[in-house]
Write a protein that binds this ligand. Structure first.
Ligand SMILES: Nc1nc2c(ncn2[C@@H]2O[C@H](COP(=O)(O)OP(=O)(O)OP(=O)(O)O)[C@@H](O)[C@H]2O)c(=O)[nH]1
Ligand SMILES: [Mg+2]
Length: 315
């Protein structure tokens, strides 16, 4: 497979589609950190979207395709909807709303291990206001983190805020609880039609894009405070031969003082970022991966529309 091709699974089975087969796109929407990417990865069965405990992890629109013998669901994972003062923040939110407009079904996700705060209420009300006409499903995620008794009032409040949604489904994306029921509920809302993607496809991202994201995931995990949010990754070189895949990646930081923090004492932190990213990519690509990392300071790249466009973060 070349680096520009999309990732496929190992299965080459094709589904025989019944006449009432369903197929469509489903936008996964919500505040940052509610578990959208975790849910998509679990359903797709591969880490197509990176996951970290930090908000604003997802920056792009990421496709994750689920295919079975009754439906094909093209999930569109989106950046968390948030307020932020940088151009990058505005673009991320625009990407999320654009994905919502284009989808056949909207999934609005909340984190029930946290209180139903004002921004979450505002987001639910915004999608309930009738501007977008597609069916909506509410997902109440992270039920593993709460007492069951607190779920009923939360369900009731979500229903009150959006009485016309098609379903309200408590799940644990991390543990897989009620995820199959969620997929079935989504399938019921999809339009009838044949599958669009080959059954073995699971994302539209290239290996190059996935490599950049896997490195960024490790930067997010390794760094604190504002540094991850001011970091991006660009693939400078990507080559594949019989020995495996060789990748050269540039980590962009927004300020001179972030560079030594990212590199760490004696290069220790960069080494760990490289080791962990390489391990994940080896597992994903199923072949040996040679990964070389550099750091470049590029002040305020996150406020530069042209630069954001080059990084695939334009909106
Ligand atoms: N306890 C618990 N944690 C979860 C669950 N689902 C996700 N998480 C954790 O929540 C954090 C955020 O998960 P993500 O999947 O990155 O969330 P997201 O909504 O994609 O976040 P953004 O990309 O920042 O918008 C990670 O630490 C996950 O492991 C869940 O069902 N239960
Ligand atoms: Mg995400």
């Amino acid at each position: 497979m070349s680096d520009s091709e999309s990732m496929t699974g190992s299965s080459t089975e094709s589904t025989t589609e019944p006449a009432d087969y369903r197929c469509g796109t489903v936008a996964l929407l919500g505040r940052p950190n509610v578990g959208k990417s975790t849910l998509m990865n679990r359903i797709v069965g591969a880490k197509v979207a990176i996951v970290t405990p930090k908000p604003q992890t997802t920056r792009h629109r990421i496709l994750g395709i689920h295919t079975d013998d009754v439906c094909q669901i093209a999930f569109v994972d989106t950046p968390g909807i948030h307020r932020g003062d940088k151009q990058l923040n505005h673009n991320m939110v625009r990407i999320a709303y654009a994905a919502a407009e284009e989808a056949d079904v909207l999934v609005i996700m909340q984190d029930v291990s946290r209180s139903l705060d004002r921004p979450t209420r505002a987001l639910i009300e915004r999608f309930a206001d009738g501007r977008l006409q597609q069916p909506r499903l509410h997902v109440l995620n992270k039920v593993d983190g709460i007492a069951r008794a607190s779920l009923l009032p939360r369900l009731a409040e979500t229903q009150r805020l959006d009485p016309d949604a098609a379903a309200y489904i408590p799940i644990s994306a991390r543990k897989g609880e009620q995820v199959d029921a969620f997929v079935q509920a989504v399938a019921r809302q999809l339009p009838q039609g044949p599958a669009i993607y080959d059954a073995e496809w699971y994302t539209d991202q290239s290996q190059r894009q996935l490599a950049a994201e896997y490195v960024r995931e490790q930067v997010f995990l390794a760094m604190q405070q504002e540094i991850p949010f001011q970091t991006a990754v660009e693939i400078e070189a990507f080559a594949e031969d019989e020995a495996g895949i060789s990748i050269e990646a540039m980590i962009l930081v927004g300020s001179e003082r972030h560079k030594p923090m990212l590199i760490g004492k004696g290069g220790e932190r960069m080494k760990k970022i490289g080791t962990m990213a390489r391990k994940g990519l080896k597992e994903l690509f199923g072949c040996p991966v040679d990964l070389r990392l550099w750091v470049k300071v590029q002040p305020d790249w996150f406020d530069n529309p042209g630069r954001l466009q080059d990084l695939g973060l334009g909106a």
